[in-house]
Ligand binder design. Structure first.
Ligand code: ATP
Ligand code: MG
Ligand code: MG
Ligand code: MG
Length: 437
């Protein structure tokens, strides 16, 4: 992408309304635009990152056996009356009336709708296990939308729903999502720690929030330091096998959010092992049994020929919130430092002297070669001051910068800068190409 053809509205001033660094940087880097409290447009740079995150989520959901579909954002109120949640959900639900006076709502989540789909088609244990998910916009009328897209009112969520014949099978489904989440966040370069979360009236141990430690996080969290060094399950993980040893390894050390915190157990840990921090909830997995299938009549036939309500779980990832969490975890004074897996482009190619024939042709050649091998390049071909170019590239945080100017090119070299380390090297065009690809 040539910068001259792109849309990158960089802000020079630090926006006053932004309280935390990720929100500030997203606004300054021209990634999002607020349209109303907690409602944002995703500008091209932000949208590219959102897509990268979605893709990783999709790949790991597929690996774990979840099947993607797409449900609408608008739902009929009657569906929520069936589960009893229409009245219970309260003010966070945006309620809408259509021209025929029918009550509708903008979905804050999709348990009811997926249960409706399931009950319409599935009747037998033979069709289980099943896990259906979508990545769709949600609306929650948060009392205090803040921190940009971190706590938006409209936000993008991945929500998966598992269906199993009994609790034992549901535990396996739960474990598959648990492991998928470990892999998903690790692939984004994030250390997400599964922490025990409230299961409400269902009880048991099958609810975990996946938490990124960050000083700007909204929840107080407590965990055993050993969790920070546990290895992530590999690509070769067999999701058909029993995953409980992995889940056990990750759930045995102490980890709990505020609501579930047990000071006595935590205090018994050696001082050096205790991590008491703040965290960002980027995912939440939950087994809720027959909470929806019972009232909504989603029943299946067992092998023995009896009919039982299906056992369900739901599994959310805050896809849009992850952008904020990623920036909170990866930035310095100059701007964002994207992990390569989610970077909007891999390389920023800076032409220091657009209009100079040799520089233009060297840049155009490198740009074409990198694109040809599938490396995403943002080519700054705009005639602006070098200082502004450097500041913009640092701000938007692409993993590599290639800086090309007439002086270096006279000796056949360009400079390659790695954003994360700040390390710079003078390299031939060929070596630069190989360094960043
Ligand atoms: P929170 O505790 O932050 O309000 P939640 O527990 O209400 O989140 P869930 O119902 O568990 O949220 O939804 C699944 C995921 O969706 C959350 O783990 C979070 O990452 C994301 N999410 C929830 N609310 C928002 C929001 N207002 N803006 C952005 N992401 C959100
Ligand atoms: Mg909430
Ligand atoms: Mg929560
Ligand atoms: Mg939650």
């Amino acid at each position: 992408m040539r910068l001259s053809r792109f849309f990158l509205p960089i802000l020079k001033e630090t926006p006053k309304e932004a309280e935390i660094v990720s929100h500030r940087l997203m606004l300054r880097a021209g990634m999002i635009r607020q349209q109303s409290a907690g409602i944002y447009s995703w500008l091209p740079l932000g949208f590219r990152v959102l897509r990268k995150i979605e893709k990783i989520v999709e790949e790991e959901q597929a690996r774990a056996g979840a099947v993607q579909l797409l449900m609408p954002t608008i739902q009929p109120a009657d569906l929520w009356r069936e589960s009893g949640r229409y009245d219970a959900y309260g003010k966070e639900m945006l309620r809408i009336t259509d021209r025929h006076e029918r009550e509708m709502l903008y979905g804050p989540t999709n348990e009811e709708m997926i249960t409706e789909i399931f009950r319409s088609y599935v009747r037998s244990y033979k069709d289980l296990p099943l896990n259906l998910y979508h990545i769709q916009w949600k609306f929650r009328d948060e009392v205090r939308p803040r921190f940009g897209i971190m706590r938006g009112r409209e936000f993008l969520m991945k929500d998966a729903y598992s269906f199993d014949i009994d609790k034992e099978a549901a535990r396996h489904a739960y474990n598959r999502m648990f492991v998928a989440y470990l892999r998903t966040f690790a692939r984004m370069g994030l250390k997400a720690i599964p922490m025990r979360a409230d299961t409400g009236p269902i009880g048991g141990d099958m609810s975990h929030e996946f938490i990124i430690l960050a000083s700007t996080g909204e929840s107080a969290v407590f965990c055993d330091r050993s969790l920070l060094d546990l290895p992530t399950p590999g690509e070769d993980t067999d999701f058909l096998s029993d995953l409980s040893p992995i889940v056990e390894a990750w759930t045995t050390p102490y980890a709990a959010t505020d609501e579930m915190h047990d000071e006595t157990t935590f205090a018994a840990l050696p001082e050096a092992e205790r991590v008491s921090a703040r965290g960002i909830e980027v995912g939440h997995i939950f087994y809720f049994g027959t909470k929806y299938s019972e009232p909504m009549g989603a029943r299946v036939m067992t092998a023995e020929g009896t009919e039982v309500p299906v056992h369900m779980g739901s599994y959310g990832v805050g896809v849009s919130r992850l952008l904020g969490a990623l920036i909170e975890a990866n930035h310095d004074d100059d701007g964002i430092i994207w992990p390569a897996s989610v970077a909007p482009f891999h390389v920023g190619l800076i032409n220091l002297k657009p209009g100079d024939a040799d520089t233009d042709s060297a840049c155009a050649g490198l740009y074409a070669r990198l694109e040809a091998v599938g490396v995403e390049v943002l080519y700054d071909d705009v005639d602006t001051r070098a200082g502004a170019k450097f500041a913009t590239m640092d701000l938007i945080g692409l993993p590599f910068q290639i800086i090309a100017g007439p002086r270096g090119l006279k000796d056949g070299v360009v400079e390659v800068k790695e954003r994360a380390s700040g390390q710079r090297e003078s390299l031939s065009l060929e070596a630069a190409f190989n360094r960043v690809r």
